[in-house]
Design a protein. Structure first.
Length: 299
């Protein structure tokens, strides 16, 4: 991978921030081929783990990644149950949904989990005790209840614990560098052919290429008028909660901030539209007067 890769750019960004803050840091990385050496770092020192020691020395492998997967799979199960409760077919999770689900899962990984995983990997520091009973917690009870509902719908999963479901992709290879041909093939497989507008058939000589019938249908984005309306619907829903605690107040505060942003953008676009209309009207009027003046001169 070239030195201008995303990983290299991220390191340079971190290094610039450390330089601006007059700080010097150590950055521990494994021997993944994506982790290229960056020679232009000034306030960041890279330390590579020895080969074949990632599973023992990398804090992410001591439980952070597993906890992230558990959080992500819990969201998958909730979505699955939502479709089942509404008697709808289970929809495939697209890339956009996956990104948002992963971001949510990462936010749910606690600081205690991260610190303990660093300690388990051999870095100095105290092991922090969890604030809840490790043998039974609200999250564990909820997780077990969600998976039991899935098993009720799919009895074949009765012998599959949720922990196995969360770790189903542990053996998936994630470090191979895809070739350009691999990336092109995966992109073509991801799109759906549009049959209504497709007239070519396999084997036709008139077809310029095998990809003439491939089309990507983008969903219609919400409008700026619909966005505040959606916020209002969410606010009304939050107001139906039986309890009004700190969490509900935080929801309402966030919704109010979103509404303010949408309304400001809407007002800005309206002002811009009025300015454009003003200049268009003045341009037409000026052109009319100039045309009349030229006519008088020609006479």
């Amino acid at each position: 991978m070239a030195s201008d890769s995303g990983v290299g750019q991220w390191r340079q960004t971190v290094d610039r921030k450390m330089k601006a803050a007059n700080r010097y840091i150590l950055l521990f990385v494994d021997n993944c081929t994506a982790h290229v050496s960056v020679s232009s770092l000034t306030n960041t020192r890279l330390i590579l783990f020895p080969p074949n020691c990632t599973s023992k020395l990398q804090p992410a492998d001591q439980g952070i990644i597993q906890n992230l997967k558990v959080q992500y799979r819990q969201t998958m199960v909730r979505k699955m149950l939502q479709y089942l409760d509404e008697n709808k077919p289970i929809q495939t999770i697209d890339l956009k949904d996956a990104v948002f689900m992963m971001a949510k899962a990462w936010d749910n990984v606690s600081q205690t989990t991260i610190q303990n995983c660093w300690r388990k990997a051999g870095f100095p520091g105290e092991v922090l005790e969890p604030t809840h009973d490790p043998f039974e917690s609200d999250e564990e009870a909820e997780e077990r209840g969600l998976w039991e509902r899935v098993v009720q719908q799919y009895p074949l999963l009765v012998d599959v614990p949720f922990s196995h479901f969360a770790s189903v992709d542990n053996s998936t290879v994630a470090e191979n560098q895809p070739t350009e041909e691999d990336a092109t093939r995966e992109a073509l497989e991801a799109v759906q052919p549009v049959e209504t507008n497709c007239t070519c058939r396999k084997g036709d000589d008139d077809s310029d290429s095998d990809n003439d019938c491939i089309s990507i249908t983008e969903p219609t984005p919400p409008t700026l008028i619909e966005a505040p309306e959606a916020v209002s619907v969410l606010r009304d829903y939050v107001m139906t909660f039986d309890e009004s605690g700190a969490r509900e107040k935080e929801f309402l505060r966030s919704l109010s901030e979103m509404e303010d942003v949408f309304l400001r953008v809407q007002a800005k676009e309206q002002r811009q539209s009025k300015l454009e209309e003003y200049f268009q009207c003045n341009a037409k009027s000026t052109y009319k007067h100039m045309n009349h003046a030229l006519s008088q001169l020609l006479l």
